[in-house]
Design a protein around this ligand. Sequence first.
Ligand SMILES: [Zn+2]
Length: 107
Amino acid sequence: MSTFEEERAQESASVPADPCSGGDVRCSDAVARLWEYVDSELGELDRNRIAAHLAECRPCLEEEQVELVMKQLVRRCCQEEAPATLRLRIHEQITVLRLRAAAGPDA
Ligand SMILES: [Zn+2]
């Protein structure tokens, strides 16, 4: 009987050696694509990869919150997509507010 060997063979075949599963996205890549991510402009594959990274990376998850707030602000102010300079200014404002909030009530 070679049942045991057959099972092992099937098992190893069903688990591909995929180095790209899970958090293979670098923080710089994740942040660079966050705007597309929150704006639902990414394909399903990229979206899943960013989501997997956010699930494991708290700094990038907080960055996503910033992008989401900014998206709401931009949508409220503009019909068209905001220019990059406006996005940058809003991003700076939110980052300052966030740092101030993290510093405590005295700041
Ligand atoms: Zn990250």
